[in-house]
Design a protein around this ligand. Structure first.
Ligand code: ATP
Ligand code: MG
Length: 571
């Protein structure tokens, strides 16, 4: 048994499934991923996708993709397309055609009529507010609606009228007749159907009554032959309704619902409603902003499908609610990019170095490996001349003992090249350093210095080999670990979540990227030496203007202190 299977068998859902197989060797195992097409997918959905699809592979069953599309007011075809794209991107294949709850609307309507005929559903005409008021609370029981005891004939008649569009929105709804005093609030005569005069993306104008999620979900599961209906813990109470509906309709297949804890990720918001708010308030640029963990945001930031799947595997499946460390997600992509990203040099905040002892025509070419441990990844050429750029932060005029980079009178090694010594600086009228004049020791290529003391190494780019580009450095969007728990989560926005830098990459590398920039699936990952892992931003890059997103830093450096705390007050 491979370790993956062994690990999976450890989670509690696998134990349940193993038992089910022990009882029924011929079980035709079937799961589903059931998104509502009212937003784009995020890392939490990825957890559910991985769970459902991987279980189907493991138990040689099938996993369906079903859109639970019961609310045309919030749904949109663009979400359907993006959800399909994201699932494919993760590398999963759903079984057969895509399914929609809306395909089953006629069957669902029949099942609703069955309930009415058994005296188990009635058309209510309380207003929405009254229904809420009559429902009671956790501590107080609900009250029966005055419409609860209508005759079956009356209910059948009214329900038909609802379907025909003869009643207006909010004027009536169909409710299950269960128990207004139940300990489970969901069992206090839940609404099963409401009237909505909005065209549906799949059924167009065919229907003006729409089933509620709870009614459609269990019946759709049953119609599709789902054996294990996996959902997140907040649906635990809904299970009694799920089973009640199946029990009182003529279905012949009984799926079982099991709950697992939803993914909560540090510094992140996963609720679609709240993500929409961030977009509406222009705090982020859209669903694919690299600062939010939507799949499109993560993809744009440089995350790969395998890094996301590894992450989902690592966090496992339990029934305990917890907050997953952001560094765990970063660990997964860092580990992968450490092996796969091309290593090259980039300078984010350039400062000029002038090597005064070299001739102005001095030009050397060095062939450097794309990856130190993977010769099969090839090499690229860099150019060395008398004028170079280094990182502004790699030189200091005033420094303390700990400062190990370039300083006046001291030496440093240029990566892949020579040791240089800083001798003089030139400043502009505002006292900014504009040029560092250095001596280049031409006897030091690939050699240890005479005193045997190796100076630190810094990265650089020759002035003759620069391509100007934009770098985007991301920081956490929130300055607290659990913004999702805060009512006023918008008060915890980190004002420093995106920094743009305008610097250089090696032209020899840049030109290769420019040739491919029109390829929509361009996947190019780099380790800019000493800076971090970056990928090309496919949305904003143009042939003559490349933009790079920092995927992750080279080392795990997250801690709350790093994030500038600036609370935006509400006034
Ligand atoms: P949101 O809270 O973001 O609006 P949702 O649960 O309403 O999410 P759905 O489209 O209904 O979104 O989700 C589809 C599936 O993904 C459901 O089975 C749901 O349980 C699961 N899911 C959603 N969020 C998470 C999460 N954070 N962790 C694990 N599974 C999740
Ligand atoms: Mg939902």
């Amino acid at each position: 048994m491979n370790t993956e299977i062994k690990n999976k068998r450890k989670n509690f859902i696998c134990q349940i499934i193993n038992n089910d197989f022990n009882e029924n060797k011929n079980l035709s195992f079937c799961t589903r991923f059931p998104p509502e097409p009212n937003g784009h997918l995020h890392i939490g959905h990825a957890k559910s996708i991985c769970l459902n699809f991987e279980l189907a592979y493991l138990y040689k069953g099938q996993c369906n993709l079903r859109f639970d599309d019961t609310n045309p007011l919030k749904e949109n075809i663009k979400y359907i397309n993006s959800i399909k794209y994201d699932i494919n991107w993760l590398g999963y294949k759903w079984c057969g055609n895509i399914r929609y709850s809306s395909e089953y609307f006629s069957q669902l309507y029949q099942y609703a009529q069955e309930l009415i005929k058994q005296g188990l559903a009635y058309v209510d005409q309380l207003t929405k507010e009254q229904i809420r008021e009559y429902r009671g609370t956790l501590n107080t029981p609900g009250k029966n609606s005055p419409y609860r005891n209508r005759t079956i004939e009356e209910n059948m008649e009214l329900f038909k009228k609802m379907k025909k569009g003869e009643l207006s929105e909010g004027e009536a709804c169909l409710r299950a007749k269960i128990d207004m005093k139940s300990d489970f609030i969901v069992m206090r005569d839940p609404v099963l159907y409401r009237i909505i005069f909005t065209e549906h993306h799949q059924t167009q104008k065919k229907w003006c009554i729409y089933p509620m999620y709870d009614f459609a979900h269990c019946l759709s599961d049953s119609i599709e032959g789902i054996t294990h209906s996996l959902c997140t813990l907040e649906f635990q109470d809904n299970k009694s309704l799920y089973n009640w509906i199946l029990k009182h309709t003529s279905v012949t297949h009984y799926p079982k619902q099991y709950e697992f804890s939803r993914l909560n990720l540090e510094f992140s918001i996963l609720s679609k409603r709240k993500i929409k708010k961030l977009i509406d308030k222009k705090i982020i640029d859209g669903w694919n902003d690299p600062r939010i963990p939507t799949l499109s945001g993560l993809r744009r930031k440089g995350y790969t499908p395998s890094s996301i799947k590894n992450f989902c595997q690592k966090i496992g499946v339990t029934r305990q609610n917890n907050l997953i460390e952001f560094s765990m997600l970063e660990h997964c992509i860092r580990k992968e990019l450490n092996e796969t990203a091309i290593r090259t040099m980039a300078v984010l905040e350039p400062i000029k170095i002038f090597l005064y002892n070299l001739n102005k025509n001095h030009k050397e070419k060095f062939i450097v490996p794309n990856h130190p441990n993977h010769p099969e990844m090839g090499t690229h050429e860099i150019i060395f001349t008398n004028t170079l750029y280094i990182e502004r932060s790699d030189f200091k005029e005033k420094y303390d003992k700990k400062y190990k980079r370039l300083k006046l009178g001291e030496k440093i090694r240029l990566r892949y090249a020579y040791i240089i010594r800083a001798e003089k600086i030139e400043k502009d009228q505002y006292n900014n350093i504009i040029n560092i004049i250095c001596y280049c020791d031409l006897n030091t290529l690939g050699k240890k210095p005479k005193n045997n003391k190796n100076p630190s190494v810094i990265h650089w780019i020759s002035e003759k080999n620069t391509l100007p580009v934009e770098f985007r450095l991301y920081n956490q969007l929130f300055n607290i670990k659990n913004p999702e728990q805060q009512k006023n989560f918008l008060s915890y926005i980190n004002s420093d979540s995106l920094t743009k830098r305008y610097g250089f990459i090696e032209k020899t590398i840049g030109e290769k990227i420019q040739q491919k920039i029109n390829d929509n699936n361009l996947k190019l990952f780099f380790q800019f030496e000493r800076i971090g892992y970056f990928c090309i931003d496919c949305i904003d890059s143009k042939k003559d203007y490349l933009v790079f997103n920092r995927t992750v830093s080279l080392r795990d450096t997250w801690n709350v202190k790093k994030i500038k705390i600036k609370n935006i007050t509400n006034n």
